[in-house]
Design a protein around this ligand. Structure first.
Ligand code: HSE
Length: 344
């Protein structure tokens, strides 16, 4: 598996590290991943024989960019040139550049061009999917390549794969959940006496928040996740424009204290029903609700026709958590490719 990795930031570095530390396990199950090209916003490093993780980290830490990688680095070369100018021979793009919900770039072009060039894509970038998921899925079908995105929702907790694998045979009618670790951390910390600003700063330090934290606190990150779940799990063709979004800026410590006295709490809840009604709103819910999860946890309730409601709870935000989702996608991709080759 020859891999190009676009976005050597918090998540990208965690992905490279995880591939390295899990290498012997991966080899035991028949996977031989090789990072042949890595790009960050300042440059690229390319080596057909594979890049060395410790050297990538050394140049990133000491000089700020993988473009300084000895002999194989190039400062000023853009990630997309690796694909458009065929600078590396690869089969898989891992795309983890920061989410941009204005035009989805640069991730949207990276994903489109990679699919057109015959690469499979694994991404944790929510912007391209929230803005153009139906057309990206169509492009992947047309080119016969896989696009996998379980790291876009839930990070360390496999919400998407749970729905794909464990709810088959029943009808998912709708879903609702706490899908933004930063907001949940802020609201939980405000209940514990911190101010909004202090809690946000802590969430940023802990690496939960997006590069632009208004993505989190104004509800857009949750809205992106709701769109991805609606399209993929419920089969509803919506985009970000179809979601009613209100974030947590107006929730005060007083609101939280009053909710607490009533035996409730306030959570930023994203939801979508089978008619395609999609919302992101801070809602007061009973403390006994399965969605009343503390800290930066995520929780997602699936409302299912025969089996009622099922809630999955676990870690969402974070580089390591998202890297695990990407590793799972890599393993699943290999399994899908194996079963394709057995079918032919
Ligand atoms: N900023 C996001 C969050 C990261 O806080 O949940 C994971 O998508």
């Amino acid at each position: 598996m020859k891999i190009v990795l676009f976005g050597y930031g918090n998540v990208g570095r965690a992905v490279a590290r995880l591939i390295e530390v899990r290498r012997s396990y991966l080899e035991r199950i028949g996977l031989y991943p090789k990072l042949v090209a890595v790009a960050d916003s300042s440059g690229v490093a390319i080596n057909p024989r594979g890049l060395d993780y410790s050297k990538l980290e050394e140049v990133k830490q000491k000089k700020g960019s993988v473009g300084f990688y000895p002999d194989c680095g190039k400062i000023g070369v853009k990630a997309i040139e690796i694909i458009s100018d065929r600078l590396a021979d690869a089969d898989i793009l891992i795309e983890v550049t920061p989410t941009n919900i204005v035009d989805g770039e640069p991730g949207l072009t990276h994903i489109r061009e990679a699919l057109k060039a015959g690469l499979h894509v694994i991404t944790a970038n929510k912007g391209p999917l929230a803005l153009a998921m139906p057309s990206l899925l169509e492009l992947a079908r047309y080119t016969g390549r896989e696009i996998m995105f379980s790291g876009t929702v839930g990070g360390g907790t496999p919400f998407i794969r749970f729905a794909e694998k464990c709810l088959i045979g029943d009808l998912i009618l709708g879903l609702e959940g706490v899908l933004n670790g930063t907001c949940n951390y802020i609201l939980s910390s405000m209940e514990g006496g911190l101010s909004f600003e202090e809690a946000l700063k802590k969430a940023q330090r802990l690496g939960y928040a997006e590069a632009d934290p208004s993505m989190d606190i104004d509800g857009w990150d949750t809205a992106c996740k709701i769109v991805i779940l609606a399209v993929h799990i419920l089969g509803i063709r919506i985009t970000l424009r179809d979601v009613y979004v209100r974030g947590i800026r107006d929730v005060t410590e007083k609101d939280l204290a009053e909710a607490l006295r009533r035996g409730s709490t306030i959570k930023l809840i994203g939801s979508v029903d089978s008619m395609g009604k999609a919302t992101v709103i801070p809602i007061e819910i009973p403390r006994s609700s399965p969605l009343a999860v503390p800290g930066n946890l995520n929780a997602l309730t699936f409302h299912v026709e025969d089996l009622g409601s099922i809630t999955v709870v676990g870690k969402g935000a974070g580089g390591v958590e998202t890297a695990h989702a990407i590793l799972k996608d890599l393993i699943e991709l290999k399994a899908r490719l194996r079963s394709r080759s057995m079918a032919t």
